[in-house]
Design a binder for this molecule. Sequence first.
Ligand code: NAP
Ligand code: GLV
Length: 315
Amino acid sequence: MRIAFDARMDGAERADWWRALTDALPDDEWIDPIAEGTTSPRWREADIAVVANPLPGRLANCTQLRLVQSLWAGVDRLLADTTLPRDVPIARMVDPMMNRAMAETAMWAVLSLHRRAFDYAAQQRRTQWHPLPQRRADEVAVLVLGLGQMGRTTALQLAALGYRVSGWSARAQQVEGIATRAGWAALPAALGAADIVVNLLPLTDDTRGLFDRARLAQMRTDASLVNLARGAHVVEKDLLEALNAGRLAYAVLDVFDTEPLPATHVFWFHPRITVWPHAAAQTDLRSAAAVVAANIEAVRRGDPAAHLVDRSRGY
Ligand code: NAP
Ligand code: GLV
């Protein structure tokens, strides 16, 4: 099988991926666009493309593709490339290790908000000793938006910690021990009942700008937002306005409109925002290389690849 590898990432990370993938499938013919160029016949005749943020247009002249395999879970940027061959299946990265990493980050954020870790960190910077009221975990309502791979694992882990967890998705989903709701009509009530909202939705035409002024106003003034999905889910100026006006208590943000977050961005310095560098759930190349290999083996056998993207839904 001829496999085109196109990953826009720093050199060392790229070399690690190349090694892990070529070790996982040593008998296949791997093509590196940097070494070879994307106009070479070998590139144009690739059977599979394994990609991470490929430059738009790069796959347009690969006419024999049988699968595009993303190394990332979110495919919003990939799908934004209108030159991507329409009929080629796209598989996204689904890896239990990544779901687990996401759940760990969400648990850290929820525990930190619930146990006032961000407030105490601020107190420490001021050498201030001031115990704050303590709540039980089962008094804290956590709403998880998105009940897919990441959301489901996260909701279950938060419930295991004792939080009162509910979930929201596009279509009705059942998750054991979790109260679930589906569809736009159910969202205002779900938001209004939550102390902490954890966003794990994909970025699509429907979810872009979800947290705008109106939606943030549906949240309680003492509630917090944890955005671990995509920066464009949040209208940054509306979030800032809500925090500054006391209409929202706190925001934990892993993702931003512009990444890396510019050094002068107000979020870095805001007393009620915690910033992470898009690291909530990094793809783990050890397990992910095996996921990619399994999908390529499926194509080789003539079976459908796993975790195909529904282009009409955008995720
Ligand atoms: P997934 O398995 O595709 O799950 C998506 C969930 O969102 C599904 O439950 C889906 O509903 C729901 N959804 C989609 N559109 C919706 C809408 N309009 N209204 C209500 N619910 C909607 O995705 P995943 O693997 O969990 O990943 C989620 C996102 O996490 C990715 O797209 C990516 O952007 C982000 N991510 C971030 C990081 C990071 O490090 N920060 C790492 C990995 C992923 P249905 O169940 O009804 O389909
Ligand atoms: C990371 O954000 C991913 O989508 O895998």
